[in-house]
Design a protein. Structure first.
Lengths: 204, 204
C-alpha cells in the first residue's frame, strides 16, 4: 500500500522539518510578511517545488508554524486530574522572565505578532492565534478553579491580559523588565482571589 | 526668496497630506509590510515620483506616519500646571472602550504594531514607537504624582502595561471586551495608590 521507498520518505520528512524550522526562525525574528517563500526555500535548503509539495501556500505554512508553536508554548496544564503543587506559583510563573539572549531583539508572543501581521480576523492564522490566546486564559482559569477560586474565569482572563501586556510592551521597549511589573500586579490579583477561595476540604 | 508659485505649493501640500492619509489608512488596516509604495501612490493619487519627492524612502514615510499619529494619540496631558479635575478618572479613562465600527477588525495600538512589524530595535520606526510607549507611561506617572501618589512611576508603568495588554489582546481576539477587564485591574491599583497618597494640602 505504500510504494514510497523508505529513504525517500526519510528525506521528505527531513525537508518538512527543515522548512518548519526555517519558518519558525524567520517568521519569529523578521516577521511573517517580511519573509518570502524564496528566502524560506533557501534557508531550508529545499527547492521551491519541494516547499510547495509540503505546503501548498504560504498561508498553509503560517498555520503549520503556529500549530507547531502551540505544541511547545502553552505553559500551563489543563489536565483536570493533575496534582497542583502550588497554584499561586503556577499562576505567577508565566511572568518569570525568560533567560534572555541580549544580542537578538525581544519578539514577545508569536501568536500576538501573527494577529498583527495577519489583520483579517477570518484568516486561518488570525483565528488560530485567537483560539490559542483563549486557551491560554482557560488553562489559567482551570488552575484557579482547582485552587478554589470562585470567579476563576475572570482571574484567568486578567492574568492572560497581563501576559499579553508583557509580550507587547516588551517587544516595543525591547526589554524584559515588563515581566516584573506584571508579576507585581498579578500577585495582588492572585492573593486577593486566594484569600476569598473556598478551603481545600470543602471543594467538590 | 520663494520662487514656487502659490498654486503649486498648495498642490504639493495637498499631495503630502494625501500620502500621509493613505499611509495612515493602509499601514493601520493592512499593516506596514503588506503595503507597498506602488499601492500607496495609487491610493494617494500621486505619481511614484511625487511620492518619493515627499518621502525619500518607505522608512521615512513610516516614521512620518508615527509622528503624525503621536500628535493625536497621547491621551493624557503632561503639562505640570494644568488643573486635574479628577485624577482617578483621568488615569482610568485610558481604558474606556473606543466606539467601535464592527465592520472593520480591531487593530489595537499602531505603535505596538509598528514594533512588531519592524523588529530591529535600532530602526527609526521601532525607536519612535518605544519612545512613544515610554512617554505614555511618563504622562500617566505625571498625573499620579500630581495626585500625591508617592511611587507614581510604578503606577504609570503598570497602567501603561495594562493598556498595551488591552491593545494586543484586543487585536488577537478582535474584541473590545479587554478594556473592561483591564479597567477592573486598574481600579484596584489606582485606588490602592490613592489610599496611600499624601493629602492635597501637604503637596509641594
Amino acid at each position: 500500500m505504500n510504494d514510497i521507498h523508505p529513504s525517500r520518505r526519510r528525506r521528505e520528512r527531513g525537508s518538512r522539518e527543515r522548512i518548519l524550522a526555517a519558518a519558525t526562525d524567520l517568521f519569529t525574528t523578521q516577521g511573517i510578511n517580511a519573509t518570502g517563500m524564496e528566502q524560506l526555500s533557501t534557508v531550508a535548503e529545499v527547492s521551491k517545488r519541494t516547499l510547495y509539495t509540503h505546503f501548498r501556500s504560504k498561508d498553509e505554512l503560517v498555520l503549520a508554524y503556529l500549530q507547531a508553536l502551540q505544541r511547545d508554548a502553552l505553559p500551563v496544564s489543563g489536565a483536570p486530574d493533575e496534582p497542583l503543587l502550588d497554584p499561586r506559583e503556577q499562576l505567577l510563573s508565566i511572568f518569570d522572565a525568560m533567560p534572555r539572549d541580549t544580542t537578538v531583539p525581544i519578539r514577545g508572543c508569536q501568536f500576538l505578532n501573527a494577529s498583527v501581521e495577519v489583520p483579517d480576523p477570518e484568516h486561518s492564522a488570525h483565528q488560530f492565534a485567537a483560539a490559542y490566546k483563549r486557551e491560554f486564559a482557560r488553562r489559567l482559569a482551570n488552575i484557579a478553579r482547582q485552587a478554589g477560586i470562585s470567579d476563576a474565569e475572570t482571574l484567568g482572563e486578567q492574568l492572560a491580559l497581563l501576559y499579553d501586556g508583557v509580550a507587547a510592551r516588551g517587544t516595543a521597549l525591547n526589554s524584559s523588565d515588563t515581566s516584573a511589573c506584571a508579576r507585581s500586579i498579578a500577585e495582588v490579583l492572585v492573593d486577593a482571589a486566594l484569600a476569598g477561595a473556598r478551603p481545600e476540604s470543602s471543594r467538590t
